[in-house]
Design a protein. Structure first.
Ligand SMILES: [Zn+2]
Length: 193
C-alpha cells in the first residue's frame, strides 16, 4: 500500500479515455515546472477562455452538479473546487463566483468568505488525509504563473513528506478522473460544520 504508482497503474492511466479540459475547472500552468505527465494524459489541450461564461472553467463549474463540476463546497459568494490538474490529491481551489482577476477586485464580503472557505478547506484536508503541511496562495497574472489568470483562484495544496502516501492508493487502480471524484467526495464528507 502507498508508495509510487506501479507500472500497471501507469499503463492503465495512459489508456484512460481523454476528457475535455473545458468540462472541468482547473488551473493548468501553476505547477508547470514540475513535469508530471500523469496529470496530462486525460486532457485534450483545450485552453480556457479569458472571457466570463462557459469558456471560463471557474464560471462554468458552479452550474454543474457537485460531482460533475468537482465542487467540494458552495458558499454564498465563493466556492471550492478540486483542481483538474492536481499537484497532489486534494489540491483545491477557492474561487469567487464573480469573474474577477485580481485579489484586489474582491469586495469585502467576498474576501471574508474567500478566507473562510480557505480555512475550511485546510480543516477538511486535515481531517480527511492528515497532510504534513500545505502550500496556500494565488498566482496573480500570467507572469506569476497563473493558468487561468482572468478568474481569481486560491490554491490549497496538501503536502506529505515525499508526497506519495496520500489519500490511499486509489491512484494505483483508477484513472485520474475517478480518483478526483473519490477525493472530492471524501473532502465533502470531511467538510467542517
Ligand atoms: Zn470566470
Amino acid at each position: 500500500m502507498g508508495g509510487a504508482p506501479t507500472a500497471n497503474a501507469l499503463r492503465s492511466t495512459a489508456m484512460a479515455t481523454p476528457e475535455r479540459a473545458a468540462d472541468f475547472a482547473g488551473s493548468p500552468d501553476a505547477f508547470e515546472r514540475l513535469w508530471t505527465p500523469h496529470r496530462m494524459v486525460y486532457i485534450d489541450g483545450d485552453r480556457p477562455s479569458a472571457e466570463a461564461g462557459e469558456g471560463c472553467p471557474f464560471c462554468a463549474a458552479p452550474a454543474r452538479t457537485d460531482a460533475e463540476g468537482l465542487i467540494v463546497a458552495r458558499g454564498r459568494l465563493c466556492y471550492v473546487v478540486l483542481n483538474l490538474y492536481p499537484y497532489n490529491p486534494g489540491h483545491a481551489l477557492i474561487c469567487p463566483y464573480r469573474h474577477v482577476a485580481r485579489y484586489l477586485d474582491l469586495t469585502a464580503p467576498e474576501l471574508e468568505e474567500f478566507t473562510e472557505l480557505t480555512r475550511a478547506t485546510i480543516q477538511a484536508l486535515e481531517s480527511a488525509s492528515s497532510p504534513m503541511g500545505f502550500n496556500v496562495g494565488m498566482n496573480q497574472g500570467a507572469v506569476a504563473g497563473a493558468g487561468v489568470q482572468a478568474h481569481l483562484h486560491q490554491h490549497v495544496v496538501p503536502r506529505w513528506g515525499g508526497d506519495s502516501n496520500f489519500l490511499p492508493v486509489i491512484a494505483q487502480t483508477k484513472a485520474l478522473p475517478a480518483l478526483l471524484e473519490d477525493v472530492r467526495s471524501r473532502l465533502q464528507a470531511a467538510w467542517p460544520g
